[in-house]
Design a protein around this ligand. Structure first.
Ligand SMILES: [Zn+2]
Length: 321
């Protein structure tokens, strides 16, 4: 046997898991770009060669890091989804698992948060072979939505592969990812295309309220849909929290159009990031709470509306002369 065989195949001093743990810690500390072959080697106190011995390229290392993290998360997530109870209870169990897992594994959670693309997914070597089930077992390899753990619909952007047990695994298509119509001018949602506005289609995440609370507690913001345009007959009732209060102009104020620009300003709840302003059905502009939007108005009677990004609104009438 040639000498190099012994050199290459000598027992590993640094396990794959140790190297991946070091890579995860680097990512959690300084972001995905901090994961380099030399940094991982330094972190475990190994020569770079021992990292290259396990992973031929940085992309291979990143790919393994992602696969390992995702498999560990998904197995617990899938168990929680398959727990006893009705659909809502099982979803809540899964959401609780997600939050708890992230709390217990803050470093690994950073890997999932960074996402596969930040880990250079395009350059990963051809599929890292998933763990193979025992021969003869009734398992199928299928794609799931990475976010909901259900079968993907056409709007799910991130897919993961997983094992499916026919007749046992829950059969449900993702209903978290949904496409909505958005008014181009304001960025707000409309229920249907009535031909009066320029619209575009966007995909957002639809979570039950208790999920959003859990995600917020875990510091994981979600891409939730914008509120509906006002006066579209689709206002959602019973929104919690305080609606904004229009500060300027004040109610029934008569303002002179000769001033050209009328300042619009509202106070809002602490969780509000944007306020959308309307004069009648006309979108005027948007701004952060307490910031002023300038409205160039012509003479007339207007219903001024301030809509916050949670869908809460305040309106009152103003006369411009
Ligand atoms: Zn989905």
């Amino acid at each position: 046997m040639p000498l190099y065989y012994y050199l290459v195949a000598r027992p590993a001093r640094y396990s794959v898991d140790e190297l991946l743990d070091a890579a995860a810690a680097l990512l959690a500390g300084d972001g995905p770009a901090a994961v380099s072959m030399s940094a991982v080697a330094r972190a475990v106190g190994a020569p770079s060669g021992s990292v290259y011995h396990r992973f031929p390229t940085r992309a291979a290392l990143c790919g393994e890091l992602w696969m390992r993290t995702e498999e560990r998360f998904q197995s617990g997530f899938a168990d929680a989804l398959a727990s006893p109870g009705d659909t809502t209870e099982r979803c809540v169990a899964a959401a609780r698992f997600a939050v708890q897992w992230c709390r217990e594994h803050p470093v690994k959670a950073q890997v999932l948060l960074a996402g596969a693309d930040a880990l250079d997914r395009a350059a990963w070597p051809e599929p890292s072979v998933p763990h193979v089930p025992p021969p003869g077992s009734n398992l199928k390899r299928v794609e799931f939505c990475a976010l909901s753990g259900d079968f993907p619909n056409q709007f799910c952007t991130q897919h993961v592969e997983g094992w499916f047990i026919p007749g046992v695994s829950p059969i449900k298509t993702c209903d978290v990812h949904r496409e909505v119509l958005v008014d181009v001018a304001s960025g707000l949602r409309v229920p249907l295309d009535d031909g009066t506005r320029q619209l575009r289609r966007e995909v957002y995440e639809f979570w039950p309220g208790e999920f959003l609370t859990l995600f917020e507690q875990a510091g994981i913001p979600r891409r939730v849909p914008p509120p509906f345009l006002p006066n579209n007959g689709s206002e959602l009732a019973s929104r919690s929290g305080q609606k904004p209060v229009i500060v300027s102009p004040s109610k029934k104020e008569i303002v002179l159009a000769s001033t050209k620009r009328i300042p619009l300003r509202a106070k809002a709840e602490g969780d509000v990031r944007e306020i959308f302003w309307f004069a009648g059905k006309q979108f005027v502009g948007k701004a952060a709470p307490n910031q002023v939007v300038e409205w160039t108005a012509t003479a007339g009677d207007y219903e001024i509306t301030a809509l916050d990004d949670h869908g809460r609104a305040d309106s009152h009438s103003v006369t411009v002369r």
